[in-house]
Ligand binder design. Structure first.
Ligand SMILES: Cc1cc2nc3c(=O)[nH]c(=O)nc-3n(C[C@H](O)[C@H](O)[C@H](O)COP(=O)(O)OP(=O)(O)OC[C@H]3O[C@@H](n4cnc5c(N)ncnc54)[C@H](O)[C@@H]3O)c2cc1C
Length: 420
């Protein structure tokens, strides 16, 4: 017998899962979120939010609070080659107030979203509980069981939402195939350096003598660097020792040479990331739907993942509300979300492949052509169109505030978070 009965059970308390939870709670739906981590004190990847995501979070009432916890605004996106600026996208030309990127620690966003969710009586947060099994009734998913350090739960729900990221267990247990595309011929070494001056307000891609590097201001007081390497070359490079790695990184990022020498002491100061794109073959089954990275995974280039996860939640919100009101969550009902969202995701994937080829491709032809393409993109209306596209994705996506019924309730005496 289940010990929790809810309308919607979300697996994963990341940006996708918690945004969706808050949208549904504000529409009077009962939501249980299952999150395998025991606290928000964990490692995150990705903290740049695009204007499209900022606008949605603002309408949802969480942007101001998340920003107050600490963030940096980034106004420009710049590509340089040996210190020469090849291309610059000026976000300041977009309509205010969403005329910048925001470097916001994911923890600040999740703390704010969770704090808002906890103000609703219909919310349950199973922290430190991982998905164990999906529960089925006939062919349809009707809930799940969880596993924690000491005990587990059994949750009965009209629909389970898999928002558990790129290596989604929900997707695997549902038997949905994930198509991985190795279209980005690179890996990324990810490391932080202390900021020595004021925040730059610029996302920079440097092309120097080593591999291209992306660098941006990261709150509080750091520069986040991502040094790109040819796919699967790290083993060979790291085998030559930390001095070699440090020198190679400094060649890619000469203005940070001193800080790299001082702060990259051992190989474990660097995190290796496998860059890939992927897409689940379908996003909806009877009683189950996938969103965010679980449905489609993107390269970090162009900072799209969190934005897309938040937009997915906004698109799925009215679909799930219909399902809850009609007490039917068939693949057909839930498929309305996939139908509405699929083309947007394909468009972003195509754009990211083009961005990657344009900025990271090596070889004589690429080196000769890049400045010319950069000139066209920077100096014609095309640049403004590309900036808008990257910044907003599908501009028609809105938070359906007309569907909100429940006001926030005062925080109750009891916390809605259950520890095992
Ligand atoms: C190096 C790197 C840099 C990036 N930079 C950016 C960036 O600057 N901007 C941007 O927009 N995107 C960026 N991204 C992508 C971005 O991080 C993701 O697209 C985004 O976090 C997806 O949100 P999500 O909620 O779908 O999944 P996630 O953020 O992965 O959240 C999934 C949640 O599910 C939980 N979970 C997982 N498995 C289980 C389970 N079995 N049971 C219960 N809970 C589970 C996890 O603990 C986690 O909390 C970057 C990605 C990488 C790898």
């Amino acid at each position: 017998m289940s010990d929790i009965e809810t309308d919607i059970c979300v697996v994963g308390g990341g940006p996708a899962g918690l945004t969706l939870a808050l949208l549904l709670l504000r529409s009077g739906v009962r939501v249980t979120v299952v999150e395998k981590n025991r606290s928000l004190d964990r490692e995150y990847r990705g903290e740049i939010l695009q204007p499209g995501g900022l606008a949605l979070l603002d309408r949802l009432g969480v942007l101001a609070g998340a920003k107050e916890r600490g963030a940096y605004e980034l106004r420009r996106f710049r590509l340089t080659e040996r210190r020469r600026v090849l291309m610059e996208f000026d976000y300041g030309r977009l309509p205010a107030p969403y005329d910048h990127l925001l470097s916001l620690p994911q923890r600040h966003l999740l703390e704010e979203l969770l704090g808002c969710c906890e103000q609703f009586d219909g919310f349950r947060y199973l922290e430190g509980q991982g998905l164990a099994e999906l529960v089925r009734d006939g062919g349809a998913v009707r809930g799940l069981t969880t596993i924690g350090r000491d005990a587990g739960h059994s949750v009965e729900a009209l629909c389970v939402v898999g928002a558990d990221g790129r290596y989604s267990k929900t997707r695997a247990l549902a038997g949905i195939t994930n198509q991985r595309h190795d279209v980005f011929d690179m890996d990324v070494l990810w490391f932080k350096l202390p900021m020595s001056e004021q925040p730059s307000g610029v996302v920079r891609i440097h092309r120097g003598d080593g591999g291209p590097v992306i660098a941006y201001d990261s709150f509080p007081g750091s520069v986040q660097a991502g040094w790109t390497l040819p796919h699967r070359s790290y083993r060979e490079i790291s085998g030559r020792g930390i001095d070699y790695v440090r020198d190679a990184a400094a060649r890619s990022l000469p203005e940070y040479t001193d800080r790299i020498r001082e702060h990259v002491g051992v190989l474990t100061d660097l995190t290796l990331l496998d860059v890939f794109a992927a897409r689940a073959e379908r996003w909806a089954l009877d009683g189950l739907v996938l969103i965010g990275d679980a449905a489609h995974t993107h390269s970090p280039l162009g900072a799209q993942g969190i934005n897309l996860a938040i937009q997915d939640a906004a698109v799925l919100h009215p679909v799930l509300l219909d399902a809850v009101r009609g007490r039917t969550a068939t693949a057909e009902v839930l498929g309305a979300y996939e139908k509405a969202r699929s083309a947007d995701i394909d468009a972003v994937m195509r754009l990211q492949v083009m961005q990657s080829k344009g900025m990271f491709a090596t070889g004589k032809v690429a080196a000769a052509v890049r400045p010319r393409i950069a000139k066209v993109v920077s100096r014609t209306p095309l640049g403004r169109r590309v900036t808008r596209r990257i910044a907003f994705g599908n501009p028609g996506i809105r938070v359906r505030e007309d569907l909100f019924t429940a006001d926030r309730q005062p925080v109750q005496e009891h916390r809605k978070t259950y520890h095992p």
